[in-house]
Design a protein around this ligand. Structure first.
Ligand code: COA
Length: 629
């Protein structure tokens, strides 16, 4: 079965294809990216291996030629390679390890009906947004920031409500169902008290009104409370490792009831999770935790179906948001959709909507499950594994209030590059070294473009963070400022390379995958310790800016790493830092403290240098700068 079942042959947007960078350029950049992160003797070995790979008539040339042929033949040569490598072959559980969440503004619901009214508007908003997607009527987006103005690929939107990720023993499959836009029926799955219900939202081509959805949701909450009809918490199975869930799914499908229930979930638009109150103070950090894992089986962890791309959570305590399977689209698309829905919910329903009479609709159907003793055992095992993940996640949502991107722009620096350098400084303060870092860079300037990696731990960043932390070198403010500008310049240049298709990670992956397809022995360059280490992203970062008060977060991608998602605003920056308690090498609170210190130190450095420049002197600035802690 192909990994992605979708015809991607058309190119209605007329966008260029993702390029294949020149081989020598990628190999040179690779060496530059790793040289300062590994020991000199390791680097010498790596350099020799890379040179052999790239030599005239070497393996690299053969693979590059094949990749260029692939580029000619396909719409996007890297899409399937990347999708498989980044998501589908990853065996880790989706919650925390892979699925990002968008935490919506905290709500204050008067009572359950108020919460259900919010949920009804949300679903109505989904229907309206889906209609815009189907009609290809969403406004086309254009790049902002670096290389602003270029038209962006809108393809990812079409997968928001049509995708489903099937678990597999070795690799998952992402299926995209392209129903006719004029589909006569659509349904949403509603999860309530770990029970699942089919809510028909379009019947006989007519979407349900908000009042009708509300009335159906009220029926669902009442049915969910019926103890006699209660099924075991089947959703917990989807929170497990992908191979474990694939095995469990095989067992489930032996029963007809289960096959039918799975079919209905797999064909839904989205899942609406009506959550019980989480029982914790609704701080930003606690809301992020509840959204990421539902608080485990004891709370709302089983009130989910993780394979489905979009799961909206409406908690009775006002904790709301959306969590998504990351494989069909990027966070930016999730963000746009979330903002649309948030505005829709906050808007005033039209008079026509308020006065519309509600149809008498049949009650929503409860999904039926057949549970054998074996399945009972699987449910218990999945529940335990989710609980371990819940206990392990160390999350810290930190709002840095001293300045935001306007201050950074005034320094004539790229805000994104500045924040990346600050993250490097924070990591260095905690660990005394830099590590392989991932920053997602959008490739939506290209046909079906997804992302590539900006390797932010540059040599220039290392020189800067050393100058800020090593008292012995006693750099002057002017020297530190020069190093800061060099680091930001290097970061900005890498960003521009990445968004124009000239980064190295996708290219190296393509060369590796091509060697596999040719049944070649794994080339030495990809067996090298340096290569393996350079793909362990101890720092996994991403910018997710929003125009409304909401924030995105996710977990670390390696056991000893950090996830760091940030949302730059004009006068503040929200950072969501995650790590695992089980690692003795990480602590989100310690990282956040270092980040705060570093951001203040950089601000003071900018201030000190500006002051000297304004005073027209050079002598003042030659004094070592004192850190503010
Ligand atoms: N002086 C003054 N202003 C500057 C500047 C400078 N030297 N450099 C940039 N700016 C301004 C830009 O013009 C822009 O202005 P705007 O806010 O009016 O649009 C703003 O600062 C932001 O630019 P910058 O910080 O450089 O970043 P960017 O917006 O180009 O973002 C990436 C860089 C890598 C984050 C972006 O290209 C990207 O790929 N985003 C998607 C990330 C993603 O996929 N996230 C989700 C993953 S799931």
């Amino acid at each position: 079965m192909p990994l992605l079942e979708r015809d991607t042959a058309s190119n209605p947007e007329g966008l260029p294809k993702v390029p294949v960078p020149p081989l020598k350029q990628t190999l040179d950049t690779y060496l530059k990216c790793v040289q300062h992160l590994v020991k000199p003797e390791e680097f010498d070995k790596t350099k020799a291996v890379v040179e052999k790979f790239g030599a005239t008539g070497g393996v690299g040339e053969v693979l590059q030629k094949k990749l260029l042929e692939r580029r000619d033949k396909m719409d996007n040569w890297v899409y399937e390679y990347w999708l498989e490598d980044m998501y589908l072959s990853n065996r880790l559980a989706l919650p925390v390890n892979s699925s990002p969440v968008m935490v919506f503004p905290k709500q204050t619901f008067k009572d359950q009906k108020d919460a259900l009214r919010y949920a009804s508007r949300l679903i109505e908003g989904v229907l309206e947004y889906k209609a815009l997607i189907d009609a290809r009527a969403l406004p086309v987006e254009f790049a902002r920031g670096q290389l602003a103005g270029t038209r962006l690929c809108m393809e990812q939107y079409s997968r928001l409500f049509t995708s489903y990720r099937y678990p597999g023993l070795k690799t998952d499959t992402l299926k995209v169902q392209m129903k006719a836009a004029s589909s006569t029926s659509e349904h949403v799955i509603v999860a309530c008290k770990n029970q699942f219900f089919v809510l028909d939202v379009v019947t006989s081509s007519k979407p349900l009104s908000e009042t009708e959805i509300l009335s159906q949701l009220e029926k669902i909450t009442s049915m969910a409370g019926n103890e006699e009809e209660k099924s075991p918490p089947f959703g917990i199975l989807t929170s497990d490792g992908r191979s474990e869930w694939a095995e469990a799914r095989d067992t489930l499908t032996k029963e007809k009831d289960n096959r039918e229930s799975l079919g209905l979930i797999e064909g839904c638009l989205c899942v609406l999770c009506l959550d019980e109150a989480g029982g914790t103070k609704p701080s930003d950090t606690n809301r992020a935790l509840l959204m990421l894992h539902g608080g485990g089986q004891e709370k709302n962890g089983a009130n989910r179906w993780y394979d489905k791309s979009m799961q909206f959570v409406v908690g009775m305590d006002g904790v709301c948001g959306v969590l998504c399977d990351h494989s069909p689209f990027e966070g930016v698309v999730l963000g746009q959709c979330s903002e649309y829905l948030t505005k829709y919910i906050a808007g005033t329903p039209s008079e026509a909507v308020k006065q519309a009479s509600a149809r008498k609709l049949p009650a929503p159907r409860r999904l039926l499950w057949k549970c054998t003793a074996r399945i009972q055992g699987l449910l218990a095992a999945s529940g335990e594994r989710l609980q371990r993940l819940v206990n392990n996640l160390d999350m810290d949502v930190f709002k840095f209030k001293d300045y935001g991107k306007e201050f950074i722009k005034k320094q004539k620096m790229s805000p994104d590059a500045f924040i990346q350098v600050a993250l490097q400084l924070a990591f260095f303060k905690c660990n005394g070294r830099l590590v392989s870092t991932y920053e997602s860079a959008s490739m939506r300037r290209f046909r079906n473009g997804r992302v590539d990696n900006i390797r932010s731990a540059t040599a220039e960043a290392l020189a800067f963070v050393k100058s800020m932390t090593d008292e012995r070198t006693a750099n002057t403010d002017i020297e530190k400022m020069k190093k800061l500008r060099d680091a930001i310049h290097a970061q900005t240049n890498y960003t521009i390379a990445a968004i124009t298709g000239m980064a190295i990670d996708n290219h190296l992956l393509g060369l590796l995958k091509t060697s596999k397809e040719l049944n070649m022995e794994r080339p030495e360059i990809f067996c090298d310790e340096t290569y393996l280490a350079s793909n362990q992203f101890i720092l996994s970062t991403s910018q997710m800016s929003t125009t409304l008060e909401m924030f995105c977060c996710y977990g670390p991608v390696v056991p000893n790493g950090y996830g760091a998602c940030y949302n730059p605003q004009p006068d503040h920056i929200v950072f969501c830092v995650s790590s695992f308690w089980e690692s003795t090498q990480t602590s989100s609170a310690v990282f956040v403290k270092a980040l705060n210190e570093g951001l203040l130190e950089i601000r003071d450095l900018c201030g000190a240098v500006t002051k000297v420049a304004q005073e027209g002197g050079g002598q003042e600035g030659s004094r070592p700068h004192r850190s503010v802690t």
